[in-house]
Ligand binder design. Structure first.
Ligand SMILES: [Zn+2]
Length: 308
């Protein structure tokens, strides 16, 4: 079965200012690499549909959803938090970003494709139940997890988040829900400062000191995340695929390289094959060095395609 790529042109139109690191050029860099590497010819392309209000309500407080819709500007920027703004296209981009993740769940559950990657923005893993945060408006991955549970009646969904930042928003939304296992590796201490003290059965946090390289990352994943996912026997694995732990990424201080993204992706593929019929839906989160982002996404997709 093939790899599906789901996005929407509107995700490129969301813009928070010329100097903001979470910029449209990130999607261009990924698209160009898909072409130049030949991957584009080996994937199935899908255009995202918008997330529905009902799907949003499974992860977000109604008052927050209303606030986002009411504050969406017709011109200029409206700031939702110190790092997160909406331009006139941002609400639609956020609807398509979350909608892509939901569609990804539908495609793998229907068996149309084996795995899915969603190169979308805004990202999602810092958006909490009641608020935007850290470049994120809606919690794309948590919304997808609840769609899998509510629409497809899945009983166990695992989320693996290897972005350099703690997935505090995802944790906020799924904490205490034993149908979801959330594993997050992240630089600590670092933005957003959460995660190291969490003590909740369905949350597996892996704080890593600045300077940690692939060896330390693989040790933490092997000791904490991978065995818990295996034991959990998820019927679907969602991935918060941030690539800002790459050593070339200036936003943070971890030292991963492309081979580490190949490694963690192969491990996720192995776990998905064991209990989830191979089903993986991976959503782009961070990754701000355009070269490193493009080559790391390529490594991630190659490892999903090359699963035999
Ligand atoms: Zn990040």
């Amino acid at each position: 079965m093939s790899l599906g790529i789901i996005s929407h042109a509107t995700c490129r139109l969301h813009e928070m200012g010329a100097t903001h690191p979470e910029q449209p050029a990130r999607l261009d860099a990924i698209a160009e690499r898909l072409e130049s590497s030949g991957l584009e010819a080996r994937v199935s392309r899908y255009e995202a549909t918008r997330v529905t209000r009902e799907q949003l309500l499974a992860a977000h407080d109604e008052r927050y959803i209303d606030l986002v819709y009411e504050h969406a500007p017709e011109e200029g920027l409206v700031w939702l938090d110190g790092d997160t703004a909406m331009n006139p296209h941002s609400l639609a981009a956020a609807e398509y970003a979350a909608g892509a993740a939901v569609m990804g769940v539908d495609l793998v559950m229907q068996g149309d494709v084996g795995q899915v990657f969603c190169p979308v923005r805004p990202p999602g893993h810092h958006a909490v139940n009641r608020g935007a945060m850290g470049f994120c408006i809606f919690s794309n991955v948590a919304i997808a997890a609840y769609h899998a549970i509510n629409h497809w009646q899945l009983e166990r969904v695992a989320i693996v988040d290897f972005d350099v930042h703690h997935g505090n928003g995802t944790e906020d939304i799924v904490s205490g829900d034993d149908r979801i296992l959330f594993c997050s590796s992240f630089q600590h201490p670092f933005y957003p400062g959460t995660g190291a003290d969490t003590n909740v059965p369905n949350i597996v946090n892996m704080p890593l000191p600045a300077g940690t390289d692939g060896t330390g990352f693989r040790q933490a994943m092997t000791a904490h995340c991978l065995p818990r996912v295996e034991q959990f026997e998820p019927e679907l694995i969602l991935v918060s695929a941030g690539f800002d732990a790459h050593r070339a990424d200036q936003l943070a201080m971890l030292n991963l390289v492309e081979e580490d993204y190949t490694w963690i992706t192969r491990e996720i593929v192995r776990l998905a094959a064991a209990s989830a019929e191979g089903r993986i839906v991976s959503c782009l989160e961070g990754g701000y060095n355009l070269q490193a982002l493009a080559s790391s996404v390529e490594a991630h997709l190659e490892a999903m395609i090359d699963r035999e």
